[in-house]
Design a binder for this molecule. Structure first.
Ligand SMILES: NC(=O)c1ccc[n+]([C@@H]2O[C@H](COP(=O)([O-])OP(=O)(O)OC[C@H]3O[C@@H](n4cnc5c(N)ncnc54)[C@H](O)[C@@H]3O)[C@@H](O)[C@H]2O)c1
Length: 310
């Protein structure tokens, strides 16, 4: 019997390149659909050389191209997107890629009758949470074109489910970090900035008291969640993918100082900061996906610091 093929938009990006090796281990074939605006061509070439990965260099904004390229695929993962900061600077491009692109991918998947589509949604659909941990049934309040497109994407999946029987999962990723991430990544850029300062003997500068927190999820754990969602028995729902632990900027700084092995003290820049906090309720991920994160923030940050030193 021929192998099943996973169509993965944005597969040449940070998270895609962590998911693909797991899928290859499970004997899937891979078709990356990526316009390579941010993709890692060197790494994609290595994967293509395995014989089980192909690259379609195209744009999700072109519905016909998406539809044609998806022929013969059994599963879809939709990652292609422009980021939250770019979406604020250029809402037109963001709506084009994130909204029209979503529809092109979902409509094609419904037409081709794929077995499952996994969509990368985001914790940012919640806006500033009223309580922690954040549960999938909490009120949503997306604030930027990027976040709005993620929420609309989830709703659109419901439409294709009802009208054409599409089977889907929307994963609300929290603050993803790990090897291969570009240093300007929006929420997690603080990690790289602090590591760079610590390495050059400079203290990290924290605005306010550093109370703002994030739920840092390591990309290796997250990639396993994506594969679990592609194969889960239950479907058609959003699922949080985080650790459930909120790490404040002050705590993160301590962890990084230890990991780098210096004795500098952070500088606190006294100013009013809007303190936002994040932590995922991951009960649903445990129950529905049988998924559990394995890597603590301390372990993940230590590994990141070691890798960057090589
Ligand atoms: N990294 C995070 O912290 C995080 C958090 C929440 C959600 N997400 C979501 O996870 C998904 C993957 O994120 P990532 O961190 O790997 O991003 P990334 O920017 O590293 O990868 C995105 C990929 O999409 C491609 N792409 C961009 N525009 C395209 C277009 N018009 N047509 C085809 N391909 C296009 C890029 O070339 C790139 O390879 C995204 O949907 C993102 O919104 C990421």
């Amino acid at each position: 019997m021929s192998k099943k093929t996973v169509f993965i938009t944005g597969g040449a990006g940070f998270i895609g390149l962590h998911v693909i090796p797991l899928l290859l281990e499970k004997d899937y074939r891979i078709r990356i659909f990526d316009n390579m605006s941010r993709g890692d061509r060197g790494r994609v070439n290595e994967l293509v050389a395995t014989g089980n990965v192909e690259l379609v260099e195209q744009d999700v904004r072109y519905g016909g191209a998406v539809h044609n390229a998806m022929k013969g695929c059994s599963h879809v993962i939709h990652f292609a997107t422009v980021s939250i900061n770019k979406s604020q600077a250029d809402p037109y491009e963001s709506i084009d890629i994130n909204m029209v692109g979503n529809n092109n991918v979902f409509a094609a998947a419904a037409d081709h009758g794929v077995e499952r589509l996994v969509f990368a949604s985001s914790a940012s659909v919640y806006g500033d949470p009223k309580k922690l941990p954040m549960h999938e049934d909490d009120e949503l309040n997306p604030l930027t074109p990027y976040c709005i497109s993620k929420r609309a994407g989830e709703d659109l999946l419901g439409f294709y489910q009802r009208s054409k029987g599409l089977s889907w999962m929307a994963l609300r990723f929290f603050n993803v970090y790990g090897p291969g991430q570009k240093i300007e990544a929006y929420y997690t850029s603080v990690i790289n900035t602090f590591i760079q300062r610590l390495r050059s003997g400079q203290p990290p500068i924290i605005d306010g008291k550093g109370e703002q927190s994030m739920d840092f999820i390591h990309v290796t754990d997250l990639a396993k969640g994506v594969v679990a969602a592609l194969e889960s028995e239950q479907d058609n729902m959003p699922v949080n993918i985080g650790t459930g632990v909120d790490t404040s900027i002050a705590q993160l700084t301590k962890i990084l100082i230890q990991a780098v092995g210096t004795d500098v003290e952070p500088i606190f820049n006294p100013r009013d900061v809007l303190v936002s906090r994040r932590a995922a309720d991951i009960t649903r991920a445990r129950e529905v996906l049988g998924w559990e994160p394995q890597i603590t923030v301390e372990q993940g940050m230590n590994e990141l610091v070691k890798n960057q030193a090589r």
